[in-house]
Design a protein around this ligand. Structure first.
Ligand SMILES: Nc1nc2c(ncn2[C@@H]2O[C@H](COP(=O)(O)OP(=O)(O)OP(=O)(O)O)[C@@H](O)[C@H]2O)c(=O)[nH]1
Ligand SMILES: [Mg+2]
Length: 465
């Protein structure tokens, strides 16, 4: 059995590790089969493998349960002058003899390759006194060797071509299985039977048809069936999570809201376009600033309302529309085994939880309020403080741009004496409405900045109480 890589911390501790050798004549596609399985790639170019190539992969295979398995493939070059070193076949779990379905000679050679592997099999074991490693031969009788008929795509094409030429005048859909025969398939099956391979499968390393993956999965399954899957080889079940109420609450590890995502996801009525390219470019730019201000204001209002609502659940005495200060007081009063302190954080505030006792279990309602404050309300308020003033300036510029656009449009209509009054009115109307929306967005952004400043003042004022 190959040894598990102990460097991978995320791997299951008892990862089953299989060492599999790929052998066969030169050019049959050993490297291609490995490349398809490991990286789902294929190259038409033939570059003969000069030295043995060793590749490892850890996969979850359905063999039968979803079991994580480490597979190490030894791609052994097929050249005759290759020295087949002992180490290639030491502690081997299985071998795949690959043949080329378009090359009958390579199929005939399959048994020679199988015997070569079996003759060289050894395994290492600790000596009886456990002082050294001993190398001992392996009984080849039950050793799993799979016969893999590669380049099936080529003979499949050939078979379909033959059928097509036989059925020139017949327009039936698919040929049935009896018609899909080829002497190479018969030859492959005969060799597998005669020489006691564990089975034979046709595959194509060229096509992305999963044939290679399925063949390897079935080989691994039969290895496990033969060796028996020791209990420890089964996929390691995930550690049971502690019951919900005992789970530690990481105050600073809560993921903060992603403002960019919020902006992208928000359903927003865009500014109107005019179908005049030079105007629409300006409108599109203005639109991004308007959207940002609308979304930030909306999100700020919603998260503040959600925070207040959550605080009401901590203490129902808060009433219907509690002030922000009262909510912070409730948070401070209801924290257990800790103090809550409001501190400055990038222009807004942060709710710091300072533990004073060993037991610090907060109620579900408290945690939810904290989560909303930390995760939603504070991040959006900080973004408004940071980006709001620039957004206001940008919106002001866009507003001027829109006014110029209107002048330009009206001027251009006069100049060309266009007679389509309805269309002119529609376009001017769009520009006027867009201008109003930009103006409104700027006013709202300014108001929101003031609201956030006000909120920060109120929150800090609680610290002085
Ligand atoms: N059409 C087709 N061509 C294939 C397939 N598999 C491999 N080939 C081509 O066959 C040639 C030889 O493939 P390799 O994978 O390099 O063969 P190999 O067995 O590793 O050869 P050596 O390293 O010399 O032992 C390449 O040109 C591949 O593109 C297949 O499934 N279909
Ligand atoms: Mg090769």
């Amino acid at each position: 059995m190959g040894s598990a890589s102990s460097k991978e911390p995320s791997l299951p501790p008892d990862l089953p590790c299989l060492k599999i050798a790929l052998v066969g004549n030169p050019g049959v596609g050993k490297t291609s089969v490995m490349l398809r399985y490991l990286r789902n790639q294929f190259s038409q170019m033939y570059i003969p493998t000069k030295k043995v190539a060793i590749e490892n992969v850890v996969r979850k295979l359905n063999v039968p349960a979803h079991t994580v398995v480490s597979l190490t493939f030894w791609d052994i070059p097929g050249r005759e002058d290759m020295d087949l070193h002992k180490s290639y076949f030491r502690n081997l779990d299985a071998a795949i003899v690959i043949v080329d379905m378009t090359d009958p000679a390579s199929i005939d050679m399959a048994n020679v390759w199988k015997q070569t592997v079996l003759n060289k099999l050894t395994k290492t074991q600790l000596s009886e006194d456990k002082k050294e490693m001993k190398e001992t031969p392996v009984d080849p009788i039950n050793f799993p060797v799979l016969l893999l008929g590669n380049k099936y795509d080529i003979i499949e094409e050939e078979m379909y071509r033959n059928i097509a030429s036989r059925k020139v005048s017949v327009s039936t859909a698919f040929p049935n299985d009896d018609e899909l025969t080829h002497e190479a398939i018969t030859q492959l099956e005969n060799v597998a039977d005669a020489h006691n391979f564990i089975g034979c499968v046709t595959v194509s390393a060229r096509l992305q048809d999963s044939s290679v993956a399925m063949a390897i999965q079935s080989l691994v399954r039969s290895i496990f069936e033969k060796q028996g899957i020791p209990r420890k080889w089964k996929a390691v079940p995930p550690k049971p999570k502690p019951p919900k109420k005992d789970r530690p609450f990481h105050y600073d590890k809560l993921e903060k809201i992603d403002i960019e995502k919020v902006l992208n996801a928000y359903q927003y009525a865009k500014l109107e376009t005019t179908e005049i390219e030079k105007y629409d470019l300006v409108i599109e730019k203005a639109d991004s600033f308007v959207k940002k201000s609308v979304v930030l204001r909306h999100y700020y209002t919603v998260s503040l309302a959600r925070f207040k609502h959550a605080c009401q659940k901590i203490d129902s005495a808060l009433g219907d529309n509690p002030s922000l200060e009262d909510c912070i007081v409730v948070m401070k009063q209801n924290v257990k085994g800790a103090n809550v302190k409001m501190t400055d954080d990038e222009g807004f505030c942060k709710m710091e939880v300072i533990f004073i006792g060993e037991e610090s279990k907060q109620s579900k309602q408290w945690k939810e309020s904290y989560r909303i404050f930390h995760n939603e309300f504070a991040p959006v308020a900080k973004t408004i403080q940071k980006d709001g003033p620039d957004a206001c300036i940008a919106l002001e510029k866009q507003e001027i741009g829109m006014q110029r656009m209107l002048q330009d449009y009206v001027g251009s209509v006069d100049e060309t004496k266009m007679s389509n009054n309805e269309l002119n009115a529609a376009i001017s109307g769009k520009i006027v409405r867009n201008t109003a929306k930009v103006q409104h967005a700027r006013d709202e952004m300014q108001e929101t900045i003031n609201d956030v400043e006000d909120a920060a003042r109120k929150i800090f004022s609680v610290e002085q109480w």
